[in-house]
Design a protein around this ligand. Structure first.
Ligand code: ZN
Length: 127
């Protein structure tokens, strides 16, 4: 029981951390790119700033994606089973914050699966 409760907390923490990482990333990279456009400077410096801004942006999005990918389960709307998607399916799938279009490994149907923070057994107990 303790392990399941910790997992839920851990997954919630990851999702919160993900939002923080995305915000810091966007703030930092947008600031760099905006400064490079607004300030008078040498071309090489401008290019360098934009390059750093892009590296920060992609790096931050990568970290956020890893955090999100390892946080919790998805619930199939067709059969109600919970599952963890493969990395490829995860990256390729269209998504919103709490839903993702995935193929369910239990019934094989594609549908908008809902994110769950804990395994099915524990969700039932709290419902
Ligand atoms: Zn299913």
């Amino acid at each position: 029981m303790m392990k399941l409760i910790d997992e839920r907390k851990e997954n919630k923490r990851k999702l919160i951390l993900e939002v923080v990482v995305v915000m810091i990333t966007l703030l930092a990279s947008c600031t760099l790119i905006m400064l490079s456009g607004l300030l008078e400077m040498e071309t090489w410096l401008r290019v360098t700033l934009i390059a750093i801004g892009l590296v920060v942006m992609f790096g931050g999005i990568g970290v956020a994606a890893v955090l999100e990918m390892t946080a919790g389960y998805f619930e199939c709307r067709k059969c109600g089973e919970y599952f963890v998607p493969t990395k490829t399916a995860y990256i390729m799938g269209a998504h919103t914050v709490m839903h993702r279009h995935l193929k369910c490994p239990h019934c094989g149907k594609r549908n908008w699966c809902r994110r769950r923070l804990a395994p099915k057994d524990e969700e039932k107990e709290n419902a």
